[in-house]
Every structure is written in C-alpha cells, then in structure tokens.
Design a protein around this ligand. Structure first.
Ligand code: GUN
Length: 312
C-alpha cells in the first residue's frame, strides 16, 4: 500500500482564502485590521524562521502583524512588561510569545510569561483559563497545531468518532490538547510518552496515530496498523549523515538534498511508513503550514470575540 498524502499545504492555502474576506470585512467594519503581536526574545535560529513565516502569512492575508523583539539578555520582568503592554493595546487582538524563551531566563520562565497573557488574546491557547475551557469543551482559542490536525482529518473525511486514536507526546502545546480534541470528537484516546513500555504495540492499535515527540524517524512500520491515518508533527533538522542515510536510503532524492545542504528536515515518522499507512502527512508540507493558518484563524476569532461579534 502507498499512503495517501494528507496535503497540509493545500488545506492551509484553501483556509487562508476562506479567512481573507473575513479579515477584509472586519477591517472595513472596525477601521483597523485584526492585530497580532508576536514576542520574540533572543535569537534562536529556528524561532527566527518560524516567526518570519508567521509575520509573512499574517501580512499576506491582511492582518496587522507586529514583531516585538527583546534581546537574549532580557529578564522575565522585561518580557512580562512587554506582554502587559500588548494586553492593554487596542490594536492587538492576539498575542504569541514564541517558545522557547532563552535558557538563561531560568526554569519556569515560560509559564510565568504565558500566565500573564490576557485569556481573550491568547491565540496559542496556552493560558490556564483557555486550557480549562478546552477541558470543558467550550474553548474559543485552542492550540494551533492540534486544531489544524482536526481540521485536516475532517476535510480529508477521516472518521474520528469511535476510532482508536493514539497520541505520542504529552506537551502542553500539542500532545495534551490533541488528546482532548480527539476525545471531544468521540475517539478512544491513548496518550503515550517517553516512559511508555511497548510503544510500538500500543501504536499498532491506532486507527489515527499522531506523533509529536521530536525524534527523527521514531515511528517505523512496526508501529502501524495497515491503513491507519498517520499525522507527523515532528520538525527535526537532521545534520548527521548516518541518520539521514538510515531514513532515506541510497538513491532517495531527499538524501541527495541532504548531501547538497548538509541538513534535512524530517518528521517523527520514518518514510517507510508510507508503505503501510493508509494516509500520511508529509514533512515538510503537512502540519507545519496548517499551524500558521490556525494562528491566523485564532487571531480573527479573538478579534471578533473582543468586538462582541459571534466567532462562528
Ligand atoms: N514554538 C514552536 N511552535 C510554537 C507555537 O506554536 N507557539 C509558540 N508560542 N511557540 C512555538
């Protein structure tokens, strides 16, 4: 079997075209576009790329998207002061603090900063209020990657209710909200993590498998029930030639690309899984573009909710 490709890039584009007229209508009605403030502390190269892509997508669809930078030497108090300014701003409906914050800020810095974001502007869905609302199935703002995955499964007509969904990873930003969203859609949900014994055996029971652990190629053929839908959230930059060769094999075009560039972006799912799965998200071009589009949708939702309009 060769898995059907679940094209996140195509869905992201289609959703952007759905959002665009709504952004224009909001702008016409309120005399300003929906606004997003992105806080970037330090100079993590991966974060620079992610943030640039978010700003570009926002501007392209008609949002106001502002980058608020702080140097790597910034303190937690500096960052909190910036978030508080964005909380008060009438021009910003959404606030995103790019993770990770610099290690020098100390353990717990991220939680302290996220906790300050006004719940109604929390477009990452990470504040305690929004997580609580998600648990109770009445959230307006839900973490972008998991809500994008549900959108993808729905539009690709992959049934969720009554299916066994296995989520590998228990992060606040992907694993936990993913498990809750699948549960709310009546899946039977198992959450696996680094301490789960017999990981492959459990994953092999999955009709829907979501891998979000950050381990290149962890999910191999023996993890897959034939025909399962496999969603790869991993975004791993591989620079080790032995790892790249074990993933792609001699003659694969991605290995040739690795030899040219010295690195290759790979997911948590081994490419061989395409032989067993029924459907599979590619990396790149799967979940990544959807996450950015859901950020835009959340910003529009936050803007509408703040303006007292129904969010739809
Ligand atoms: N870093 C990597 N992905 C994300 C995300 O979705 N939100 C935030 N705030 N930081 C990230």
């Amino acid at each position: 079997m060769t898995a059907r490709t679940l094209d996140g890039q195509a869905l992201a584009k289609a959703m952007q075209e759905e959002i665009r007229p709504e952004v224009a209508a909001f702008t016409a009605q309120h005399g300003r576009p929906p606004g997003l403030g992105i806080v970037l502390v330090g100079d993590n190269p991966a974060s620079e790329v992610y943030v640039r892509n978010k700003l570009k997508a926002g501007a392209e669809i008609g949002f106001r998207a502002d980058l608020e930078r702080l140097p790597a030497s910034a303190t937690v108090s500096d960052t909190i002061a910036l978030v508080e300014r964005l909380n008060r701003s009438d021009l910003h409906d959404g606030i995103l603090v790019q993770s990770p914050l610099p290690k020098a800020m100390g353990a717990g810095a991220e939680q302290r900063v996220f906790d300050v974001i006004a719940a109604e502007k929390d477009v990452d869905g990470l504040t305690p209020v929004n997580v609580g609302r998600l648990v109770q199935k009445r959230a307006i703002l839900v973490a972008c990657t998991p809500s994008g995955i549900i959108e993808l499964l729905d539009r690709e007509k992959i049934p969720i209710a009554g299916r066994h969904a296995v989520v590998i990873g228990r992060s606040d930003i992907v694993g936990k909200p993913m498990a809750l969203l699948l549960l709310h859609r009546d899946a039977t949900v198992t959450v696996c993590h680094s301490r789960t014994p017999d990981l492959a055996d459990i994953c092999r029971q999955a009709d829907i498998l979501v891998a979000a652990v950050g381990k290149p190629g962890l999910v191999t053929n023996d993890f897959i029930k034939p025909g399962a839908a496999v969603v790869d959230v991993g975004m791993n930059t591989v620079t080790d030639a032995a790892v790249a060769t074990s993933l792609f094999g001699e003659g694969h075009p991605r290995l040739a690309l690795f030899r040219l560039k010295g690195s290759v972006l790979v997911g948590d799912v081994h490419p061989e899984v395409a032989d067993v799965a029924g459907a599979l998200t590619p990396v790149p071009g799967g979940v990544g573009p959807l996450t950015i589009t859901m950020l835009m949708r959340n910003t529009l939702r936050a803007a509408k909710a703040r303006a007292g309009q129904p969010v739809g």
